[in-house]
Design a protein around this ligand. Structure first.
Ligand code: NAI
Ligand code: MG
Length: 481
């Protein structure tokens, strides 16, 4: 397939070079080879993009656009993405290393579904009339915030961008998107499609660049009204600190160390499948990855054997190969990070049952790793690894399962496997996490809110709950007396 890549910044409806002409290399991690040279946004470019987004927000072209038309633009963008789905999926896999099957049949269809879901919301953002004091008419309006700065990571480059862009635009904001430096190419392609869909110039701007320079400039810019971020907890903290200067609201979707809790009475075949895909899907570079496995003591040995069996079938290899189950990690840095954690697991006394070694081929491949005899306080049970590494622990009863599941600074997601409906509810209610999956894992839907408890962040992506993050409420009083 011949694909036309976009490699310039997208500002005010045009593809342009950066002000000082600087560029950076994007790599194909499955080959450890250069993929594209992309324009690098720095402070001056961010400023230009924010001004364009501000001017677009204030323009008649945007302010007078009926809400229904904003919905229609989002639908048109979805149509164009659908027409180009193979190319978009291909670019996603080339820059991220994930199996093409995942890009083409999961990430892209989900991104398109999210665009359509929020297209439907555009003309349903409404206020209320309130029974305020006698002789007064009081109503509320849900107004957009203005310019939204979206900063997203490399694990689901297009999907997570759409999680922010779609509700932001549906609510009537304009957007400056900073994709991750590892994976800017599908976001730039989306910008091309947005221009073709008919979005006014400046409504969507895409500015690839590095975290502290490009991302930092966006967070500090006084012309940005809100920051929507997905990424590491460490950077989330930094963003909140920097945003406090201009008192920008932020929504943060951060890291996780999600527990997957398997009771002896579960459908064990389904649980084995759910636990392995829960950690190895997307190479484990998934914020909700079920990276801590808790197995009820009575079934421990038998269950771990089956997990190891399945982990060994997670063949790493060419992401475009149909048989590949595990793609390449996104970068050399991420590979080193994962191998470092495997080492930490071994040296702290956990038992490595399988995997955890680099595959002898070009690119950043590592075999699916399963640890057993992990203790709750060990590094691999506490820190987000963001790779295909499962930490196995055991528990004795429901209360202990809940307590251990909660023994983390994170609270993004959790899984529970049991046939007992009471147990399922007790554990689901007891876990401090934004999402709990019962007898399933890693399920997402545009209608369903997703986000963190504790240090996994705050604010919600998806569903009608995300609309709260992209609107503000104005109360209007009219004296009728
Ligand atoms: P990161 O959090 O540094 O990067 C995410 C995004 O934030 C990127 O677009 C980056 O350019 C931007 N960024 C970085 N520093 C910034 C700053 N000071 N101001 C504004 N924007 C900034 O994540 P990174 O370095 O790619 O990965 C490191 C670790 O973070 C991973 O190993 C993983 O554990 C975790 N992570 C978690 C994610 C999640 O969804 N929970 C996503 C990506 C990484
Ligand atoms: Mg970083």
């Amino acid at each position: 397939m011949d694909i036309q890549l976009q490699t310039q910044l997208f500002i005010d409806g045009q593809f342009v070079d950066s002000a000082n002409g600087s560029t950076f290399e994007v790599e194909n991690p499955a080959e450890a080879a250069a993929l594209a040279s992309v324009a690098e946004a720095k402070e001056a470019d961010i400023d230009r993009a924010v001004r364009a987004a501000r001017a677009a927000f204030d323009s008649d072209a945007w302010q007078r656009l009926p809400a229904r038309e904003r919905g229609r633009l989002l639908h048109r963008l979805a149509d164009l993405a659908e027409a180009d789905i193979d190319a978009l999926a291909r670019i996603e896999t080339l820059q991220n290393g994930k199996p093409y099957f995942e890009s083409r049949h999961i990430d892209l269809p989900e991104a398109i579904a999210v665009l359509r879901y929020y297209a439907g919301w555009a003309d349903k953002i409404q206020g209320e009339t309130l029974p305020a004091a006698d002789g007064m008419f009081n109503d509320t309006r849900r107004e957009p915030l203005g310019v939204v700065g979206a900063i997203v990571p490399w694990n689901f480059p297009l999907l997570l961008a759409v999680w922010k862009i779609a509700p932001a635009l549906a609510c009537g904001n304009t957007v400056v998107l900073k994709p991750a430096e590892e994976t800017p190419l599908t976001a730039l392609k989306l910008a091309e499609l947005a221009a073709r869909a008919g979005f006014p110039a400046g409504a969507i701007n895409v500015v690839p660049g590095f975290g502290p320079s490009a991302g930092g400039a966006l967070v500090r810019h006084p012309g940005v009204d809100k920051i929507a971020f997905t990424g590491s907890t460490e950077v989330g903290r930094e963003i909140m600190r920097a945003a406090s200067e201009s008192l920008k609201p932020v929504s943060l979707e951060l890291g996780g160390k999600s527990p997957n809790i398997v009771f002896a009475d579960a459908d064990l075949k389904a649980a084995v499948r759910g636990v392995t895909t829960g950690i190895f899907y997307g190479k484990g570079e998934v914020c909700a990855a079920g990276s801590r496995l808790f197995v009820e003591a009575g079934i421990h040995d038998e269950f771990m054997e089956q997990i190891v069996d399945r982990a060994r079938k997670m063949t790493p290899g060419d992401p475009f190969d149909k048989g590949t189950r595990l793609g390449a990690l996104v970068s050399k840095q991420q590979l080193d990070r994962v191998l470092h954690y495997v080492q930490a697991g071994v040296s702290e006394g956990a038992e490595l049952l399988t995997g955890g070694v680099r595959v002898d081929r070009p690119g950043y491949f590592v075999e699916a790793a399963v640890f057993d005899k992990v203790k709750p306080e060990m590094t691999i049970a506490q820190e987000e690894i963001f790779g295909p590494v499962l930490a196995g622990l055991t528990f004795e009863d429901v209360d202990q399962a809940i307590a251990l599941g909660n023994q983390t600074i994170y609270g993004l997601a959790a899984g529970v496997w049991t046939r007992d409906i009471k147990k399922a509810h007790r554990v689901a209610h007891g876990l401090r996490a934004g999402t709990v999956w019962v007898n399933t894992f890693n399920r997402y839907d545009p209608t369903t809110p997703f986000g963190g408890y504790k240090q996994s962040g705050f604010g919600r992506d998806l569903g009608m709950h995300a609309l709260d993050g992209y609107t503000q409420v104005k109360s209007v009083w009219i004296d009728l007396s």
